[in-house]
Ligand binder design. Sequence first.
Ligand SMILES: [Zn+2]
Length: 392
Amino acid sequence: MLEHCRNRVPHYAELPLPPCMDSLDELGGLPVLTKSEVLTKGVDDFRDSALPAPRVRTDVTSGTTGTRLEIWHDVNAYGYHGATVLRRFLRSGYRPWWRIAQIKPFSRPVRWFQRIGIFPRVVIGAGQSEEAIAAQVVRARPRLLMGYPLVLRGILRVISPEDLQTLRSSLRMVMTDSELLTDEAAELLREGFGVPVFDEYSAYEVLTVSSQCRDGSMHLDEDRVWLEILDEDGRLVPDGQDGLVTVTHFRERAMPLVRYQLGDRGRIVPGPCSCGSGFRRMAVTEGRSNDYIVLPGGRRIYSGVFLSLAMFSPGVAECMIRQDETGRVSVRLVPETAGEAAWIQAVTAFRDSFADLVDEPVELEFLRASRVDLTPGGKGRFVESSYRPGFV
Ligand SMILES: [Zn+2]
């Protein structure tokens, strides 16, 4: 993989490769890479442009600031990703015929295996009110419920005792994704739904990184991804100590990111797991949070919904959502290209997708912004709200 990087990907032309590597620890001799470095140099520098088009699939990531980064994935590496996802399900004790209710901002295409009754899934729109989400979840009678931790907590907040009892009679497990699951939140979900809760850790840049086994450990997918925990100076920290999550994907050829920092903090959990897996264990200690705005009726719209809008609305390069004390919502938006027509197109696309997802009239004020306004000092949060109606 490293040779491929040096020979085919411009950024790595000067990569100081040792003639032979005896262990993966030697990766530590290579430079560390950050998202802002990739954005500054430009994505083309990190891609194998000679890879034939059918080998490439494009994914767009939007970090906590809404900054879009277009990731190329190697189609050949997707199979390994799919296998890792399958392993996540099997590791948890899920049975392939159990019905899944998955809460996602957008619907997903039906896969061939779902047509023959394996991994049967109902997708429930995350942009809806908590009451509507809860009602659809109960109606789906799922054995497995999947969604963002905060949205799942929202269901517990609004569901009636009778509906909860109905849901608990079919439910066997909960899986969370896309945002940091704290121990307290995991406990709350476990108690509320009355079933085990399994978390995962993934990022658009490398897809799955780790997932939780039946005994509660987050095992790294070490057959796909190598993990290092580094301090601010790029030095490896001892196992058990907190630091910057740094990953290298072994099988990615389209846009290989070597020693790439995902922007989260975590640690290696020392020692073996009782489940018997030999893959190392990790814990994320500080990662993506799901902030939200509140509508006057008390309904919350989570940053996951806005993140999807930032990713999938054509013409939108980046955005940031603010809600003031009076409840007014403003969208600071950076259009992909300059000019009045591009601005109008980006605003219209954002407004239309928002209306589709949220399905309740919400006034949005759009402010034209540049990348610099969005993240003064690189500390800007994607969604921030100072509006808290009395009853929330
Ligand atoms: Zn385990």
